[in-house]
Design a protein around this ligand. Structure first.
Ligand code: ADP
Length: 456
């Protein structure tokens, strides 16, 4: 009998909230397979024994509770003020704090206990992202021998960056508790292997897997994608995405308001382009950026910084009938977003570090193949590893961003069509259904822990 799939991730989606690549992708993936999804409840509670069954049709959802202290120290603290900046090459923003570390370990141990109570012998478990690095180790401690896979949605940190952690050797040991470590890109895999090569506890097997203190772990890349056809269909709806004030020529940016997305440089690059644009042209940058993690200081800082730059750009360039930068701090329904992408002449992705960047894939999928727009893509987004037909940029170089906008807006139709067709092939090849099937196929083929259990 085929076992069930148990997925663990930080958030469980609700119909009215689709922001965040992880949530969108997992919702689609679980729709295909069915099973149980375990995630954090959106409301805190001091009663952590309270496991909320959220029901569900295609799959069942169980929500565990975080206390206020855990929300602060585990979620905003260790996950988003230590691991997030660490993985996004911002060691300068890491806030070391022993309470963060303790809460992180405690929450993971609790989720492991919940899992051990619902798991059946044939189930496989798929753990998602940096909130749960030690979950596999905690499950093993409770005697779980099922196949457990882990997927890291964010970039894998370099060996140098890892030394920011107070116990970097724990990072390698925790990950080695999984049968399969899935990463976004080949570059991420290289960094992960570099970490194990530097660790005397790790031994490399002939097939490339790693033996770490008597357990075997495989490391592979599985570039995540989107529901390509579904997204393209939404983009083809005729409804006008703007109200009365539709700009004639516009570029689009869509991001959570995060310091990893390179938004200040994007705005400055757009301003540099405006300086030298052809006479009479009045292009707009429509930037949609809903705030996230607003209680974390670094996010308050970036919000303020962007407001200042946006005010400066509009103050310098706006005319009575033209606002060059339309900066919107809200989430936009997916269907409307898809139509906006299709109307935009170019999409700007300027991440300074990004696991994949699904916006790049959504933009390509949404285009009209007869008159497509141009994707401007940061070399530091995971998506750039395969989406080489985008106009690739160095997001640290403001002039390079301005040049790329110039190239994109002037690009002849034949070149736009050729680039978009090539990019669409990449997007289709990494469709979210392909991604989840590939990961689960490889996980099922991994030797399970009980294959190595000693005989007595
Ligand atoms: P991240 O996971 O870091 O947020 P991604 O680009 O991989 O970055 O994924 C972002 C996802 O969230 C995409 O599916 C995108 O459409 C969605 N999203 C981002 N901003 C908005 C917004 N303002 N309104 C609606 N959806 C958004």
């Amino acid at each position: 009998m085929a076992g069930r799939l148990i997925v663990v991730s930080n958030r469980i989606p609700t119909d009215d909230n689709v922001s965040g690549g992880l949530m969108v992708a997992l919702h689609d993936a679980l729709g295909y397979s069915g099973g149980i999804w375990i995630g954090a409840h959106s409301e805190t509670s001091e009663n952590t024994d309270d496991i909320v069954d959220l029901g569900g049709t295609a799959y069942r959802k169980l929500a565990f509770r975080l206390t206020d202290e855990e929300l602060q120290n585990y979620y905003l603290g260790y996950a988003n003020s230590v691991l997030w900046p660490l993985c996004h090459r911002r060691g300068d923003l890491v806030e070391m704090n022993s309470d963060y570390q303790a809460a992180y370990r405690r929450v993971n141990a609790r989720v492991a206990r919940i899992l051990s109570q619902v798991i059946q012998p044939d189930d496989i478990v798929w753990v998602h992202d940096y909130h749960f690095l030690p979950l596999g180790a905690e499950m093993r401690r409770l005697g779980v021998t099922n196949r457990v896979g882990f997927f890291l949605h964010v970039p894998f940190p370099s060996l140098g960056d890892l030394s920011v952690l107070s116990q970097p050797q724990e990072f390698a040991a925790d990950l080695a508790s999984y049968n399969l470590i899935g990463l976004q890109t080949r570059a991420d895999v290289a960094r992960c292997l570099e970490m194990y090569r530097a660790d005397p506890r790790a031994e490399f097997m002939n097939d490339g897997s790693i033996k770490f203190l008597d357990r075997i772990t495989s490391v592979r890349s599985f570039p995540i994608g989107i529901d390509t056809k579904g997204f393209a269909l939404e983009a083809q709806q005729n409804e006008q995405p703007f109200g009365k004030q539709a700009p004639e020529t516009f570029l689009i940016g869509v991001d959570r308001l995060d310091y990893s997305k390179g938004l200040p440089n994007r705005f400055k690059g757009f301003a540099a382009y405006l300086q030298r644009r052809p006479d009479g042209s009045q292009p707009c940058l429509v930037q949609i950026a809903p705030p996230t993690r607003e209680k974390v200081r670094a996010y308050q800082d970036i919000t303020r910084e962007l407001e200042e730059i946006a005010g400066h750009v509009n103050g310098s360039f706006a005319e009575l009938d033209w606002t060059p930068l339309r900066y919107i701090h809200r989430s936009v329904p997916r269907a409307r977003l898809a139509r906006l992408y299709r109307k935009a002449r170019a999409c700007l992705v300027t991440s300074l570090a990004d696991g994949m960047n699904l916006v790049a894939k959504e933009y390509v999928a949404a285009q009209d193949p007869e008159d497509p727009g141009v994707l401007i893509l940061s070399r530091f987004a995971g998506a750039a590893e395969d989406m080489t037909q985008a106009v690739l940029i160095n997001p640290y170089d403001i002039e390079d961003i301005a040049r790329a906008i110039d190239v994109a807006l002037a690009m002849p139709l034949a070149e736009r069509k050729a680039r978009n067709a090539a990019l669409l092939q990449v997007v289709e090849a990494t469709d979210v259904s392909v991604w989840s099937q590939n990961f689960l196929r490889v996980l099922k083929a991994c030797p399970a822990d009980f294959d190595f259990a000693p005989f007595f």
